[in-house]
Design a protein around this ligand. Structure first.
Ligand code: COA
Length: 148
């Protein structure tokens, strides 16, 4: 089951913990209070499996803009490679498309570029470093047929 969770809710705290374990702890980095506070206006999607949080992502979808930003994508490591990341991203895209958004942009870690490419995202722009890791911006137009 995939659903939106409210900022500050107990589910949101579980999502922050998963994001910390998957995305930040391996880099020796923490979430700052300001960084988390800025998430109040973002969409928090959670994938639950057998009553446990299995994956999460955040969306920034400002009113009156055509393009959304996907960020903080994390799947529980013991469930990686089972198709959950794909389900989460495709669910997010459907939500955004039905809300009138026309494209999704994200900053992909070098190690995750292949994952997003499988889902139809294209590299857009030069390499850059964020949180000490090499990244590329990737983008996908919504409403375009999925790759085979
Ligand atoms: C990257 C991540 C989100 C992928 O989620 P997942 O549930 O493991 O991926 P899925 O099982 O849905 O994979 C979908 C497809 O992408 C491929 N894939 C998954 N991870 C990949 C990777 N890192 N590189 C290349 N291909 C990948 C799968 O083989 C699968 O291919 P298929 O279409 O041939 O079946 C997840 O492994 C994760 O949380 N990684 C650590 C955190 C991270 O890197 N987040 C992204 C930061 S930008």
């Amino acid at each position: 089951m995939i659903r939106r969770e409210a900022f500050g809710s107990p589910a949101w705290h579980q999502m922050v913990a998963l994001r910390y374990d998957v995305l930040r702890a391996p880099l020796g980095l923490a979430f700052g209070a300001e960084e988390l506070a800025a998430e109040a206006s973002q969409i928090h999607l959670a994938l639950w499996q057998d009553g446990r949080l299995a994956g999460t992502l955040l969306l920034i979808a400002p009113d009156a803009q055509d393009e959304a930003t996907l960020r903080q994508m994390a799947v529980r490591p013991d469930l990686a490679g089972c198709g959950l990341g794909r389900r989460l991203v495709l669910h997010a895209e459907r939500e955004l498309l039905s809300a009138g958004l026309r494209a999704v942009r994200l900053a992909a870690r070098q190690t995750a570029i292949g994952f997003y490419a499988r889902l139809g995202y294209d590299v857009d722009g030069a390499p850059f470093v964020a949180k000490t890791l090499p990244h590329r911006t990737m983008r996908k137009a919504l409403g375009v047929q999925e790759p085979a």
